[in-house]
Design a protein around this ligand. Structure first.
Ligand code: ADP
Length: 241
């Protein structure tokens, strides 16, 4: 197991938002966190990223206690629905940015960065966009570049929060296929937040259904469809028990 989350709890004031989350994610696994708005998906993602801290519970990666590590030390790649690219930088410079801010000693030199960015642009099939500015890109192209920027640091875990949420259905489908291909060609562990059931079931190795700060069920898409574990899961997926 690479990422292990145990009994994780978080409250904001009197309101419990995560109520004891247990989840172990394997390396190279693509997990979809699926659940209605307000179920705690983003809070869980922010805690994994080191942008927020739990009140109780544990979080470790390959046995290393991540609650004792800063966000930077965890080496996480993040993509949000509206993860604004730097408007005054080209696609190439946006992608290079993640590398150039790495700590000294861990930072490639200029030629090394140019080489890495070139390979990433080719790998993500966005070479043709390299010299454009974000305002000259479509929404789908921007999210491809945002993923490129997140991947430039060779993240141990890639966290995506509704990355395709603002895009139309056909573009979403294309990006889903593209993301699955990108994921399969890297060793990255990916956690994808969505409230879109079709997206979760098509994309993920394992779907984690959340409700009111708890995990209702975690399993392969076919397992969940065939055997919804709770009435909530059945209702949420439009199945009958
Ligand atoms: P989801 O991503 O599933 O929509 P969130 O994790 O964003 O759910 O939110 C879960 C609950 O926590 C919501 O009721 C939200 O209002 C609340 N919440 C999230 N962040 C904060 C915060 N910083 N302060 C207070 N309440 C918050």
């Amino acid at each position: 197991m690479s990422l292990v989350i145990s009994h994780l709890a978080r409250r904001f004031g009197p309101t419990p938002v995560l109520r004891g989350i247990d989840l172990a994610v394997e390396q190279r696994e693509l997990i979809a966190l699926l659940g209605p708005s307000g179920s705690g998906k983003t809070t869980l993602l922010r805690i994994i990223a080191g942008l927020d801290w739990p009140d109780a519970g544990g979080l470790s990666f390959d046995g290393d206690d991540w609650l004792a590590r800063s966000a930077g030390e965890r080496r996480i790649g993040l993509v949000f629905q509206h993860y604004a690219l730097f408007p005054h930088m080209t696609v190439r410079d946006n992608i290079a940015f993640g590398l150039s801010v790495r700590p000294r000693g861990n930072r490639p030199d200029r030629a090394g960065i140019a080489d890495r960015v070139g390979r990433l642009l080719r790998f993500l099939q966005i070479e043709g966009l390299a010299d454009r500015y974000p305002a000259e890109l479509s929404g789908g192209q921007r999210q491809r570049v945002a993923l490129g920027r997140a991947m430039a640091i060779e993240p141990r875990v890639l966290l995506l929060d509704e990355p395709f949420g603002a895009l139309d259905a056909q573009v979403r489908r294309d990006l889903r296929r593209w993301l699955r291909g990108v994921h399969d060609s890297t060793g990255t562990t990916t956690i994808f937040v969505t409230h879109d059931q079709e997206e979760a079931f098509e994309l993920a190795d394992r779907v984690v259904v959340m409700n009111a700060g708890m995990i209702e069920q975690a399993g392969r898409p076919d397992e969940i469809y065939d055997h919804p574990a709770t009435p909530f899961v059945a209702r949420f997926l439009g199945l009958t028990v």
